[in-house]
Design a protein around this ligand. Sequence first.
Ligand code: NMX
Ligand code: MLT
Length: 426
Amino acid sequence: MSLLKEKLAGKMPAQAEAIKGFTKEYGSKVVSEVTLQQVYGGMRGVKGLVCDTSEVPPDKGLIIRGYELGEIKDRLPEEIFWLLLTGDLPTETELENLQADLTARSEVPSYVWSVLDTMPEDSHPMAMFNTGILIMQRESVFARRYAEGMPKSEYWEATLEDSLNIIARIPAIAAYIYRKKFRDGKRVEGDVNLDWGANFAHMLGIEDSDGSFKKLMRLYMTLHSDHEGGNVSAFSARTINSALSDLYYSLSGGLNGLAGPLHGLANQECLKWVLETMDKFDGNPTKEQLEKYTWDTLNAGRVIPGYGHAVLRVTDPRFTAFHAFGAEHFPEDPVFKTVSDIFEVVPSVLKQIEKISNPWPNVDAASGSLLYHYGLKEFEYYTVLFSVSRALGIAAQAIMQRGYGLPITRPKSLPTHKLKEIVGAN
Ligand code: NMX
Ligand code: MLT
């Protein structure tokens, strides 16, 4: 038995019992009220979900199991996966055991390559990536064991098996999509001596003589891994998984949500907008030019990608971590400089628009400029990188939910005439 499974097996039954006892004793206590505005407003702020892997206080940003981002941003993504799941950082032995387990599971079934090869040439990389995951559903340990009559107490174990198989394989799938769509179409073999994030960087085949692209990929995979339970991708995946659709179905479904421009695709849109400004003003725009272009974009009815957030009310600490990487490694890079200038201009513009709740940058505002610096310029691909990382959090959340024995997700909806009755409107 792997050390991760052993550790979880020691915790999960007690956790499930504790949750049962907690809900039995306090089940009728009120946690949140729902206003009509929230019913029509994407349930913003309604406290209606449990997520123990991470939390996002609006005035602080991402906290994983009690650790603020600054404390763990330099940890390997596989260490973060362990942390998300167990609440502790792994020891050296535990980390090595997890890494060996992932390597042993990393061979991608050959039919995945064939399916990707038959997709239309203009397929979006996100459509290809999610297809790659979905097509492997036939491998699901959860689906097979469910059909065999697996008891409910073992759901988390089967979900862990699916999680590890998926996490082990998706870097190679994602890398192949990049090589196929934007490079020579040849797969770069994985290197078993590299950690998960560095091996992904290696398989992308980006020139990396000083190793700093590998460093960026590790950081990228760590920073995007989880953002509590209510973001579109995690929430969608949670809903699908709650029907006991296995992780292949639920992860690919959740990541289809990540492919939207108001969610993960904002990183593609953001770099596009940054380059548009540079194109329009023939190089690094002045702050005045940036301010005018920001207003022009807003007046054209478009959003400023990479800015704003449904929960955060401060600069996203993930943006700060990416920005610090650029400032350390290539402060004079023109695209990075434009991103820095935008950070100085955009919040003051957005603050002038009353309806905007948060004028500050989110995770997507800086990441593209860093990738661009290393020659990964095909911004259509950026959300795939986000997805590989987000798989860690979605998988960890699914394992916990099945471990807690949570039921199928099914909130109640009402037609407008009923809502009118409830609030006493005509
Ligand atoms: N540019 C222009 N308008 C904005 C922006 C922005 N960056 N942010 C919010 N607004 C608008 C928003 O469209 C809405 O307008 P309307 O009522 O006319 O529909 C109004 O301000 C109120 O929205 P908020 O309450 O501030 O934000 P909400 O919680 O509804 O949405 C986002 C959050 C993230 C969807 C929104 O801020 C946005 O569209 N940002 C740009 C896209 C982006 O960067 N998304 C990535 C989020 C992070 N991620 O990776 O998922
Ligand atoms: C995320 O990382 O999922 C985004 O910041 C969006 C969110 O939290 O709603």
